[in-house]
Ligand binder design. Sequence first.
Ligand code: ATP
Length: 237
Amino acid sequence: MNTPVLTGQSVAKTYGPTVALAGVSLELAAAESVAVMGASGSGKTTLLHCLAGIITPDAGAITLHTPHGAQRIDGLDAEGRATLRRKHYGFVFQQGLLLPELTAVENVALPLLLDGTDRRAAEAEATHWLHVLGLAGMEERRPGQLSGGQQQRVAVARAQVGAPAVVFADEPTGALDSRTSAQVMQALLQTTTGAGRSLVVVTHDEQVAAACHRVLHLSDGRIVREHRNATATRVAS
Ligand SMILES: Nc1ncnc2c1ncn2[C@@H]1O[C@H](COP(=O)(O)OP(=O)(O)OP(=O)(O)O)[C@@H](O)[C@H]1O
């Protein structure tokens, strides 16, 4: 395996009497795409949220490997997790969660503006990513003036700004028809693994999972099965 970017060891999380994660260990390599599948309630989103620093696990170790060294992230406080997410991660959710009053370019530029980049540089990078995602000419449209697939591509563009090491996607194509879903997934892979970033995607969609290098199957908070897709989409950088 290539150098790991993210490792989890025996990651556990309970909510009252519910064991959401019962000790999950995994390694995510640089430029690798991993799909997380499993029945409703099996712990997929909880795993993604722990790895992504959205929530804190009760036990286990999560380590992010950056060019500047390894950093344990499981014990970070809320502010530390917010910084981690801003500096190292990108996110795509089922509904793009775009701000309706902002244009496409403003939505994509937002994480950079929040991180202190000046507006002109932020909008230049945002425009670049919108072009990469086939949205040239739509920079000034608001989300309500875009189709569902176009909105998701804006969300994919937003996840790339600031060059995150890892992009996390939770059901990124869940609201799309299968043709649009395939296009958005292709765009997501191209801009992540195709550019040397890693991707963790929670999905119920076999077609989405088949496009990833590796698939983890969760059941009752454990990885019960794992396989590699020999034919996964490998997008040249
Ligand atoms: N904030 C919470 N409070 C209480 N229980 C929770 C919370 N979040 C998740 N759970 C429980 O933890 C278990 C795992 O939930 P999780 O959302 O990780 O599952 P999932 O596999 O992503 O499900 P789905 O496919 O339905 O989104 C479930 O039993 C769920 O009810």
